[in-house]
Design a protein around this ligand. Sequence first.
Ligand SMILES: Nc1ncnc2c1ncn2[C@@H]1O[C@H](COP(=O)(O)OP(=O)(O)O)[C@@H](O)[C@H]1O
Ligand SMILES: [Mg+2]
Length: 352
Amino acid sequence: MTSSSPLLQVRDLEVVYASSSGRRQVRALAGIDLQVQTQECMGLVGESGCGKSTLAKCLLGLVPAQQGSIKLSLPAEFRTRFPDLEQLWQSRSGSKTDPGLELIGLSGKAWRAVRKAMGFVFQDPLASLDPRMRAWQIVTEPLAMHGLASGKALRKKADQLLDLVGLDTQVALRYPRQFSGGQRQRLGIARALALEPPLVICDEAVSALDVSVQAQILTLLRELQQSRGTSFVFISHDLSVVKQIAQRTAVMYLGRIVEEGPSQDLFEDPWHPYSRALLEAVPQPQVAGRERQWLVAGEAPSPANPPSGCSFHPRCPLAEDQCRRQFPPMIAATAPSRQAACFQLSSGEISQ
Ligand SMILES: Nc1ncnc2c1ncn2[C@@H]1O[C@H](COP(=O)(O)OP(=O)(O)O)[C@@H](O)[C@H]1O
Ligand SMILES: [Mg+2]
């Protein structure tokens, strides 16, 4: 695995769910292309139902893909720490010119090795933490599960992990219900970092927390990115959070990425009409324990019954005939490197 390739390279990824009746199909991911570099935080934004969590689960091998490719290429400094992953890559890779390990189609056993290199933090820490486990057991669970430490060494590691996420080591014996929401999310993060993975996938990891706790967690993630070279896929429907943490941002709409670029450029000058609408949308007041909602005019269509052509056309103020008939190709610019899928963008316009 060479370090020059992106850490994660996703191509044409498709996930189709059968509806509960089994009669309809929901194309939750309709061809996703995405790259995440080493030590980069890639933000992923979009309205509820656009496929963000499906993408996170598919990257973690928890939801099968019908089509496409996910390649993981570990940078040199991580390779020696994940020897079974390196071995897997060597046994799989027919050609040494192919730097990445293809994750689609791996067996359950192989996924175990892959998941060591991928931490994940989900929205609801209480639901994802075993209420009968003490804090020290929770944060060291991956180490114990993979047989990487036991006894005193495990307890010592627990103290280091609690310290890393800013929790007093005296809380090691407490149970999840004895922590606040923010502290529980810190436990979830400590657990995700236990194996020092090169990639951490955060799905709405701070969405349930109030603003000051959110800020503390974001600072913690940024420090880890700097000190450990960790990459993040940071999913949130909350644009202000993504703007703070992500170097690049991808905007999703109905199972596709419609715009991607450096966060600063994208937030200052969004190209895609949907990105513009998202940025202009009015944040609704946050209700305790509930996701804050951004309201974009018009109704989000269902992936079970997607519109023809560009899926945003029914809500787009710029839509023309062509937009109703054909899905627009990505138009890309190089400096800075950004792209958007919209017929109304001319290459001349975006290179200005
Ligand atoms: N297990 C499932 N079975 C059927 N449909 C699903 C399932 N999970 C998600 N979906 C559908 O897939 C689409 C994308 O969902 P999701 O990935 O959860 O979006 P987001 O995280 O952006 O809110 C939605 O239409 C949702 O209803
Ligand atoms: Mg989700």
